[in-house]
Design a binder for this molecule. Structure first.
Ligand SMILES: [Zn+2]
Length: 312
């Protein structure tokens, strides 16, 4: 399915050790037509163990942690209470001491951390704990979702060398209820793709499948249009945070490769790199934004082999 949508690879979150074993087996049998980068559940912190099961296309290098819940259910951890429910500021799933301990463990084990954080307080906890750890800029640790920041915190992501792993479709879904949950002021630091890049952060793009649809075209459209699928945007949607086509493309290609330590092999079409790319039926870099959603994947090529092709 994912190859038929034009994905050449996935960064796969919250994997168990047994799933990694199955993937290695499938790949051995030639039945895994997709490049996979695995982030394990915290229970399976034995990533080193799983590295034995790596193949040409399956990489086991990360662990996913969870700082908070989601915005829709008021689980995102906020600095100030929810605007539409003042008796709560969300859910803390990991305190900063435990986070510190897990960070030390990951650093020692050469494991990449992919830390789920939605609310501005959850994100601040990562920034502060990570900063206290010292010289972490080579670790390439990722904040997963990185949705809401206090505006003064946005630039710290790039300064500290953290990667913002963001899903553009979240903005076009969440911005329908974000104004009531957060109030208009706090939206200045929400889904702040353009500010995140301006602060020097690497922003890697994802889809959050299977929570969201998992279509590269929806994600690309959301990143450049910052409007819902019908072309509507509401008050507080901050159209200035929308990305250019080149920026949006980088999210899903070169930045994604960097976020998986694979930029020497993947991320751009170049002599000497592995041939992973997909072909669409129109030029996504020039057509009107609304037309991006009508485009179709025609062919997906991984490692120089056609793994999927549309019927004529
Ligand atoms: Zn998550």
């Amino acid at each position: 399915t994912y190859a038929s949508r034009g994905w050449t690879g996935v960064h796969n979150m919250s994997v168990s050790a047994s799933q990694a074993l199955i993937m290695a087996r499938l790949d051995g049998e030639g039945r895994l037509p997709l490049r996979v980068y695995n982030a394990f559940d915290v229970d399976a912190f034995e990533v080193a163990e799983s590295r034995k099961f790596e193949t040409d296309t399956v990489t086991n290098r990360a662990v996913k942690l969870y700082m908070d819940g989601a915005l829709g259910s008021r689980g995102a951890l906020l600095i100030a209470p929810y605007s539409d429910q003042p008796d709560t500021n969300g859910l803390s799933l990991l305190d900063t001491e435990s986070l510190h301990d897990l960070m030390m463990k990951a650093k020692g084990a050469d494991v990449q951390l992919a830390i789920h954080a939605i609310g501005d307080l959850a994100n601040r906890h990562i920034l502060e704990t990570f900063e206290a750890l010292g010289n972490g800029d080579e670790l390439r640790w990722r904040i997963e979702h990185a949705q809401i920041f206090a505006p003064q915190d946005v630039a710290r992501v790039g300064e500290l060398g953290l990667i913002a792993s963001m899903q553009p479709s979240h903005a076009i879904g969440d911005l329908k209820f974000a104004p009531s949950r957060l109030g208009l002021d706090r939206l200045a630091g929400a889904y702040a793709w353009q500010d995140m890049l301006a602060g020097g952060a690497v922003v890697a793009g994802g889809s959050d499948a299977p929570v969201e649809v998992g279509s590269p075209l929806i994600e690309f459209y959301a990143a450049v249009a910052r409007q819902d699928l019908d072309g509507n945007a509401g008050e507080g949607w901050h159209p200035e945070q929308a990305l250019s086509r080149d920026q949006a493309l980088a999210l899903f290609t070169s930045a994604a490769a960097f976020a998986a330590f694979q930029e020497d092999d993947l991320g751009t079409i170049e002599v000497g790199k592995i041939a992973d790319f997909s072909v669409f039926d129109r030029d996504l870099m020039t057509i009107p934004a609304a037309e991006i959603l009508d485009a179709q994947a025609r062919m997906t090529i991984i490692g120089g082999e056609i793994v999927w092709q549309a019927a004529e």
